[in-house]
Design a protein around this ligand. Structure first.
Ligand code: AMP
Ligand code: TRP
Length: 323
């Protein structure tokens, strides 16, 4: 049984890019009977950027509802909210005292923002240490992440090895990263990478009318309706083919090439595909968001299961360090 752990920051409602790039593949991993998956909502990490309390709470709920809507089985696996197991903050302190200041200065999460040091809070600087605590707290073996997180896993491995060596025992399980080199980059409505910060994202949970508006806003060129169009340079087609099966994709490709098929038609096809493909998660998500009791009960169940793993690990660490 492999222990797999990953976290998604709760900085908004997960968009189509988060779902196709991270959430769906993680749910697929959890379906393997040989895997035990621990997935969490990284709301403590979100405080490095988001200060609005209501927005944070709501985003955490939205991320939880998305995991559940996509079919994560929480009897077999664990879904919890990071801040519900504050023991991770204690472990963060211990790990921080072994983390080299100079190495932390090299973290991309910090370096990318370091031209504007006045905007950098200490939480952002020590972000990788909290992430290491997330991982080491649960004796994690495998961490599936995007390429951008590779360095954080290296920090975590080095910390675990350094402390194990210094205290001459297998205090921490040394985790391995799992990076899908072919991760798809989901384009946004303007053709750039779909991202919350570009405001080009698609929220698939919107009511049909609003979703239609967002799909309508996808940028296309001005080729007249009658003329044949190039599917391979079209943002609508790019999104369509990420979700559709090969046959559906070919049918749409032929329509582009044949002419007399406008971008309005293509957008209608994409909308229909999204509504059909995500019918169940859309319904389930909205049910869950309207039943906070159920969501909280799920998170409580996750908290209890997560804590039952975290408590003995933290006990081991306290003893080894002399606390
Ligand atoms: P973020 O909210 O940007 O930290 O992303 C959370 C997860 O979603 C990470 O695993 C990202 O790699 C993934 N992700 C975010 N945006 C996209 C995108 N446009 N295409 C594919 N994956 C994405
Ligand atoms: N830093 C990760 C991200 O932004 C989120 C995260 C926090 C995480 N703790 C983690 C991912 C532990 C994997 C393991 O995507």
């Amino acid at each position: 049984m492999a222990r797999i752990l990953t976290g998604i920051q709760s900085t908004n409602i997960p968009h189509l890019g988060n779902i196709l790039g991270a959430l769906s593949p993680a749910v697929a991993l959890s379906k393997n009977p040989n895997n035990h998956c621990i997935y969490f909502i990284a709301d403590l990490h979100s405080l490095t950027s988001i200060k609005d309390a209501d927005f944070r709470k709501e985003s955490a709920m939205a991320v939880a509802a998305t995991w559940l809507a996509f079919g994560l089985d929480t009897d077999k696996n664990i879904l919890f909210r990071q801040s519900d197991v504050p023991e991770v903050c204690e472990l963060t302190w211990y790990l921080g005292c072994f983390m080299s200041y100079q190495r932390l200065q090299l973290a991309h999460s910090f370096k990318d923002k370091s031209e504007n040091l006045s905007d950098v809070n200490a939480g952002l600087f020590t972000y990788p240490v909290l992430m290491a605590a997330d991982i080491l707290m649960y004796d994690t073996e495998i961490v599936p992440v995007g390429k951008d997180q590779k360095q954080h896993i290296e920090f975590t491995r080095d910390l675990a090895e350094k402390i194990n060596h210094q205290y001459n025992q297998e205090l921490f399980v040394v985790p391995k990263e799992q990076i899908d080199e072919q991760v798809m980059v989901v384009p946004g409505t303007d053709g750039r990478k779909m991202s919350k910060s570009y405001s080009n994202f698609i929220n698939i949970f919107l009511p049909e009318k609003e979703l239609k508006k967002v799909i309508g806003s996808i940028v296309t060129d001005s080729t007249p309706l009658e003329e044949p169009k190039n599917p391979d340079t079209c943002n609508v087609f790019a999104l369509y083919k990420l979700i559709a099966n090969a046959e559906q994709t070919n049918v749409l490709r032929e329509k582009y090439l044949a002419g007399n098929f406008g971008y309005g038609h293509a957008k209608a096809a994409l909308l229909e595909l999204l509504l059909d493909y995500y019918r169940e998660p859309r319904t389930r998500y909205n049910e869950l968001m309207n039943d906070r009791g159920l969501l909280e009960a799920e998170l409580k169940k996750g908290e209890d299961k997560a804590r039952s793993i975290a408590t003995p690990v933290l006990g081991r660490v306290r003893t080894a360090l002399g606390f």
